[in-house]
Each structure stands twice: as C-alpha cells, then as structure tokens.
Design a binder for this molecule. Structure first.
Ligand SMILES: Cc1cc2nc3c(=O)[nH]c(=O)nc-3n(C[C@H](O)[C@H](O)[C@H](O)COP(=O)(O)OP(=O)(O)OC[C@H]3O[C@@H](n4cnc5c(N)ncnc54)[C@H](O)[C@@H]3O)c2cc1C
Ligand SMILES: *[C@@H]1O[C@H](CO)[C@@H](O)[C@H](O)[C@H]1NC(C)=O
Ligand SMILES: *[C@@H]1O[C@H](CO)[C@@H](O)[C@H](O)[C@H]1NC(C)=O
Ligand SMILES: *[C@@H]1O[C@H](CO)[C@@H](O)[C@H](O)[C@H]1NC(C)=O
Ligand SMILES: *[C@@H]1O[C@H](CO)[C@@H](O)[C@H](O)[C@H]1NC(C)=O
Ligand SMILES: *[C@@H]1O[C@H](CO)[C@@H](O)[C@H](O)[C@H]1NC(C)=O
Ligand SMILES: *[C@@H]1O[C@H](CO)[C@@H](O)[C@H](O)[C@H]1NC(C)=O
Ligand SMILES: *[C@@H]1O[C@H](CO)[C@@H](O)[C@H](O)[C@H]1NC(C)=O
Length: 397
C-alpha cells in the first residue's frame, strides 16, 4: 500500500486529518516555515505556510496600528488550513473572510514545482482560496491588509435565563441587517452555576468587536438592542429560530454530561452578503443570517464516555434540522465533520453518494468546478484526505 502525505500547519483540523490516517502516512510538518514579511507600502504581507493567526496579527501590529487582517479568533490556528478553508472572523462583516483577502500565493504542486498566481492560473488560484486543505498542493500566502481605526471597542455582556437570556438570543437573530458592518456581535451559550443559589442556569455571553470608538457604538446598541445595556459554537441559518426551539436546545445543555457544551452564534451579513457566491469556493453568502457552532468538550477517555458525548452532539445536530439551511443543509469546511460523509475512493459508491459532504461544504456548482480543477492539476490524487476534492475518474465506473 502506498504511503500518503499529510500536511500540517497549525494542526487544528477538527477531525485530526493533518495528524492521523487509516493508511500508512508521513507528515509534512510546516512548523519551521513561519516567517511573516509585512510590506507597509503595499499594504500586504507574505505569510509562510506554518505561521499561526496570532503571529500574523502580531507582526502586522508591530508595524502598524491602522492595518489588520480579517481572519479567525483562534490564535494558535495555522494559516495553512485556515486560509485553505476560508477563515471566518470578527471583521468578516466589514471585509469578508481571510480567503477573500488573499492576493497571491505560492503552491508546491504534486510534481514538486513552485507556482505563483500568474503561473498557476486563475482556476487553481480560485480553488485554493477555500476549497479545503491538502487537495491541490502545499500553499503559502500573500495577503491584503485592511484599514482599521487605532481605537476599537470590545464588550462582553453576560445574561442568564433569569436575566432574560432567551429573549435576548431570540432578538439577536433579527439584528443581522440592522447593525453596521463595523459591528460584530457573537453569542456564546453554555451552562453555568448560578452565583446566587448554586443552581445551574444557562448563560449567554454577548461578545463584540466594534471598529470604532464607544461614543459611536452606544447609540447603535441603544437603538437596536437596548436590553444589552445597563445592569450587568456549524450550521448556517436562513431564518430565525423560534423561542420554544431555543428553550428545547437549552434543555439539552442541562443533561448531566453536557456541562462543557458551548454553542457559538456568529452573525453574518454585511460585506459577506455583497461578495458573490462564486468569487471563491466558500459559498455561505447572501441569504444566511448567522451560523451556530456546536461544541462539546470532555476529558474522560472511556468508550462509554465517548459514545455518550458523540450521541449528544449527533442528536442535537438532528434536532436542529428544521431550523437550518436546507437543500443542501450547509456546513463550513473549516469545521470539518466526517459524519457528513467521506471520500470513499476505493468503494463502489456513486459520485452523488460519495460527494454529499462536498455539496454541503461548497454547494453543487462550486464543488463541480473544484473537481475540474483537481482533475487538471493533480490527476494522480497525490494530495488527498477523507474530504479532499476527489479525482473524478474514481467515480467514472
Ligand atoms: C481553537 C480553534 C479556534 C478556531 N477558530 C476559528 C475561527 O475563528 N474561524 C474559523 O473560520 N475557523 C476557526 N477554527 C477552525 C480552523 O479554521 C480549522 O480547523 C483550520 O482548518 C485549522 O487550520 P490548521 O492549519 O491549524 O490545521 P491543520 O490540521 O494543520 O490543517 C487543516 C487541513 O489543511 C491542510 N493543510 C495544512 N496546511 C496546509 C498548507 N499549507 N497547504 C495545503 N493544505 C494544508 C491539512 O493537511 C489539513 O487537511 C478554529 C479551530 C480551533 C481548534
Ligand atoms: C525567516 O527569516 C529569517 C530572518 O530574515 C531568515 O534568516 C530565515 O532564513 C527565514 N526562514 C525561512 C524558512 O524562510
Ligand atoms: C509593491 O509596491 C512597489 C511600489 O511601491 C511596486 O514596485 C511593487 O511591484 C509592489 N509589489 C507587489 C508585490 O505588489
Ligand atoms: C465573556 O464573559 C464570560 C463570563 O464571564 C467569560 O466566560 C468569557 O470568557 C468572556 N469572553 C470573552 C471573549 O472575554
Ligand atoms: C426581555 O426581553 C424582551 C424582548 O427583548 C423584552 O420585551 C422584555 O422587556 C425583557 N424583559 C425584561 C424583564 O427585561
Ligand atoms: C458547578 O458546581 C458543581 C457542583 O458543585 C461543581 O462541580 C462545578 O465545578 C461548578 N462549575 C463551575 C463552572 O463553577
Ligand atoms: C435551586 O432552584 C430550585 C428551583 O428553582 C429552588 O427550589 C432551590 O431552592 C434552589 N437551590 C438553592 C440552593 O437555592
Ligand atoms: C457496494 O458493494 C458492497 C459489497 O460488495 C455491497 O454490499 C453494496 O450494496 C454496494 N453498494 C453500492 C452502492 O453499490
């Protein structure tokens, strides 16, 4: 059996695909390739494939207090996987995602050749900006830096069920097109011990980044979300979730072993709605209000514990079906989920059966374009994993 290659940048793949495989494999670890060269005059930077997001932000901030890069919040996440899958963050309502702001790249292809944007051509340059990691080659990036004010405002307001959290989360869903692009407001929902009586309650933390000063932020919040003022984490949603459904979700958080569950509600809209769905492979644009990322952490390693937790999260996934985007129910490739299906390239499944995961991540037309690019640039399917764009011939028979 042939040995396969795993590429590892930050190593944060949710399914561990950069570090484990059922087949014999070697790891190409990019950990020593992490130089970041900021070019202030051009408002750009070259970022090597193993750098982390935190390093990118640090190197930019070192040189300028008015430039930044719109990517994710996980500072240890690697640019190799993150930019390859899109890269959502707190500034996407103003500037789009990381992959929208890539202006050039260097890729080592399966023949060992190093290509840049010009020599790789626009089809491959399109595909590497969101088509998923370990699919076309090993990539390093030139990014476009964006303007930010010297002073920004952040806040983090928490509310428990007793403090009207359900109503506030419900109302938040209607704000996506009311807030200006400068304002991002996420919600983290989890179970906490109530400080008053030691009982358990649900807490919603409203966490915000505003690209401006507080005196401009306050009137916006007062107008659209006055309840936030005063006293005190994988699906795309196209319609608000009704209150009674939110309450049913909270109930699931009360289950004994769900104590470390966390739901992240992330607002979309703004610039995300303006960028064409076809400009890069990342397809979650106009029509989507927000997304929820469901996370459940646990420490116990026994099969019983693992099964309990997997069952909890799968049941929640099923429960959410009526409320999320349909035909297909979409998903974000950087929140990798092998439950959506895998590339069964040695099996006998049809193209349609084997690629359901691809339609969810990219939608049909962009997935088909990714398949065409793959056939052109990597016909031996050298770069691959369980959810990399397949080489079409595997499905021909
Ligand atoms: C703590 C945490 C916070 C996160 N926060 C966010 C967030 O705010 N926004 C968001 O959008 N996502 C977020 N994510 C998800 C994250 O974007 C993905 O997990 C991402 O794919 C991780 O990239 P990596 O390089 O760290 O992982 P890796 O496991 O190294 O790589 C992921 C995939 O890309 C491939 N790959 C790696 N480097 C390259 C390269 N140079 N060229 C080609 N392929 C490559 C790998 O083989 C693997 O298949 C977060 C994840 C974690 C764990
Ligand atoms: C990174 O930059 C340093 C300093 O400029 C240089 O010495 C080193 O060779 C670079 N490393 C890589 C991998 O490019
Ligand atoms: C950067 O800007 C300089 C002029 O300021 C220009 O000559 C050069 O081509 C630019 N480089 C890139 C990569 O855009
Ligand atoms: C917001 O506040 C909650 C509760 O104190 C805390 O757990 C969480 O880490 C805070 N979030 C941020 C981003 O500061
Ligand atoms: C709770 O929120 C709802 C909806 O936002 C609001 O109408 C109501 O006045 C709030 N109740 C309290 C007690 O704050
Ligand atoms: C909540 O209370 C339980 C039982 O007293 C305790 O085990 C747990 O650590 C507490 N959790 C937090 C976040 O304080
Ligand atoms: C916890 O809540 C219950 C019901 O809401 C209440 O009866 C009980 O007194 C509370 N526990 C404590 C320690 O206050
Ligand atoms: C694939 O092959 C297996 C065994 O050879 C068979 O049981 C299964 O029905 C086949 N599936 C399809 C979709 O043809």
């Amino acid at each position: 059996m042939a040995c396969k290659l795993e590429i590892r940048s930050g190593g944060h793949d949710y399914e561990g695909l950069s570090s484990v495989s059922p087949l014999p494999f070697a790891v190409l670890d990019l950990i020593d390739l992490r130089n970041i060269t900021v070019d202030l005059a051009n408002k750009s930077a070259w970022v090597q494939a193993g750098a982390s997001l935190g390093e990118v932000y640090y190197r930019i901030a070192e040189k300028s207090s008015t430039l930044a890069f719109p990517a994710g919040v996980g500072l240890t996440v690697g640019v190799g996987g993150h930019f390859s899958g899109g890269g959502e963050g707190m500034m996407m309502r103003k500037y789009g995602i990381a992959a929208d702001n890539i202006i050039d790249a260097k890729i080592i292809n399966a023949e060992g050749k190093i290509l840049d944007r010009e020599s790789m051509g626009e089809d491959l340059f399109w595909a590497i900006r969101g088509g998923g990691g370990n699919t076309f080659g090993v990539v390093a990036w030139q990014i476009n830096l964006v303007d930010v004010p010297t002073v920004v405002t952040v806040f983090n307001v928490t509310r428990t069920l007793e403090q009207n959290a359900t109503n506030l989360v419900h109302r938040w869903q209607y704000l996506v097109d009311k807030f200006p692009e400068d304002l991002a407001l996420r919600i983290f929902v989890r179970r906490v011990n109530s400080s008053q009586d030691g009982n358990t309650t649900i807490q919603a933390a409203f966490t915000s980044l505003f690209l401006g000063r507080v005196d401009r932020l306050l009137p916006i919040v007062q107008q659209h979300f006055p309840e936030l003022e005063g006293s005190s984490g994988k699906n795309m949603f196209q319609e608000p979730i009704p209150k009674n459904a939110l309450e049913k979700i909270w109930k699931r958080l009360y289950k004994m072993d769900a104590k470390m569950a966390e739901l992240q509600f992330t607002i979309l809209g703004g610039k995300m709605n303006e960028i064409s769905e076809f400009s890069i492979p990342f397809p979650h644009r106009a029509g989507n209000l927000f997304q929820i990322h469901f996370a459940l952490l646990w420490h116990e390693e026994s099969i019983k514990e693992i099964n309990w937790h997997m069952k909890w999260i799968r049941e929640l996934y099923d429960f959410m079906a009526p409320y999320v985007a349909k035909h297909p129910r979409t998903a974000y490739v950087n929140y990798r989920d092998l439950d959506l299906g895998t590339n069964n390239i040695h099996g006998n499944s049809t193209y349609q059966e084997a690629c359901i995961w691809g339609f969810k991540y990219f939608k049909v037309n962009k997935f088909n374009r990714l398949i065409q690019v793959k056939a052109t640039v990597d016909p031996h399917n050298f770069f691959r994993n369980e959810q990399s764009i397949p080489y079409l011939d595997h499905y021909a028979g």
